[in-house]
Design a protein around this ligand. Structure first.
Ligand code: ATP
Length: 356
């Protein structure tokens, strides 16, 4: 087992900065999820750990050792990809035991360890089948078993669940977390799916355009997003944001689209200019007799609650969570939005950064 560290790592492909001056410490035994939109550099970061890419600047460390010049095969990390990459002509047993072959482990011991890894993933009955005789979910579990069989220092997984249907994906996600807790092996997991990140991670590292935006536990990131991008990327639906004015006639007050927006601690507005971006999660936004003017556009029932998407005057939209037993508007109806004064997030309109 080993911790992993990026120290000021930059990786370029021609003019593209895929990873931009990344500093990140991944703890020994931690499950860290690298999250971000397509093209943000998360796969490149993972490949830098695996040794499939070399940094242009900075150091990559595994277990405290700089590995910049260590070949991929000598890094003792196991990578699992979105495509299962199983050998079609080999049985499940042989596929799982395959990584032990170059290590000089004899066939009998390879089979024994493959069976042990297969048992950990509930594949015990499928050992003699070929990959073509397995479902997608079973094939992905064989790929996972092949990663754990040689007891590597770390697992690196690049969108390993994306080929599975929604139900299987949720089940496999839970199994994977349980397996990682049991093995206590460092796991770096790449995904663009924020729900996957929120449900699996000890900590999430969010990247945009090669740059790290925030690292924290799922709760920290949900409750205190570091900037507007993170606020609008995390959460399903994500945080609502509005351009607001700060008026300083006496005590500072907030208005959005002419409507007063009460804030629990007006002192937070001190020292800001006259514009700010206000954020509130859909559960902290409600339909009220007075407030930000909007028009109900879409009402979606999720059984226990409804999501009411509202059009604002400026072409933006906000989403309100409404308990299923409460009244809700019809599409086209004029509504007003109120924000929980204690839960309001403030962001700098120029930089997008959070204002404490
Ligand atoms: P995705 O989720 O789509 O896989 P990602 O966040 O994993 O995206 P990367 O694959 O790390 O992103 O790519 C980061 C940037 O670097 C992208 O702009 C991509 O086009 C570029 N890039 C990655 N690999 C190469 C390469 N081998 N040659 C040139 N450009 C590359």
């Amino acid at each position: 087992m080993a911790g992993i560290r990026f120290a000021s790592v930059t990786k370029r492909f021609g003019d593209v900065i895929a990873v931009d001056d990344l500093d990140l410490d991944i703890g020994d035994g931690e499950l860290l999820v690298l999250l971000g939109p397509s093209g943000c550099g998360k796969s490149t970061a993972l490949r830098l750990i695996a040794g499939l890419e070399t940094p242009d600047e900075g150091l990559v460390l595994i277990g405290g050792d700089v590995v910049n010049d260590v070949a991929a095969k000598d890094r003792d990390v196991a990578m699992v990809f979105q495509s299962y990459a199983l050998y079609p002509h080999m049985t499940v047993r042989r596929n799982i035991g395959f990584p032990l072959k170059p290590l000089g482990v004899d066939r009998h011991e390879r089979d024994r360890r493959a069976e042990e890894a297969a048992a950990q993933l509930g594949l015990g009955d499928l050992l003699d089948r070929k990959p073509g005789q397995l479902s997608g979910g079973q094939q992905q579990r064989v790929a996972l078993a092949r990663a754990i069989v040689r007891d590597p220092r770390a697992f690196l997984m690049d969108e390993p669940l994306s080929n599975l249907d929604a139900k299987l994906r949720a089940d496999t996600r839970a199994e994977l977390v349980e397996l990682q807790r049991r093995l206590r092996t460092t796991l770096v997991f790449v995904t663009h799916d924020q729900v996957e990140a929120m449900t699996m991670a000890d900590r999430i590292a969010i990247m945009v355009d090669g740059a790290l935006q925030q690292v924290g536990t799922p709760d920290e990131i949900y409750e205190r997003p570091a900037n507007v991008f993170v606020a609008r990327f995390i959460g399903s639906p994500p945080m609502n944001t509005w351009a607001a004015r700060i008026d300083r006639d006496g005590e500072a007050t907030l208005t959005v689209d002419g409507a007063a927006v009460p804030i629990a601690e007006p002192g937070r507005l001190a020292g800001l200019g006259d514009q700010v971006v206000v954020g509130a999660r859909p559960e902290d936004t409600s339909l009220a007799p007075a407030g930000i003017p909007a028009t109900a556009a879409v009402v979606e029932s999720l059984g226990h609650e409804r999501l009411v998407t509202c059009d604002l005057g400026d072409g933006e939209r906000s989403v309100v969570r409404v308990d299923a037993h409460l009244p809700y508007p019809q599409p086209g109806e004029a509504v007003h939005l109120a924000l929980d004064p204690a839960s309001i997030a403030l962001f700098d309109p120029a930089t997008g950064g959070r204002v404490p």
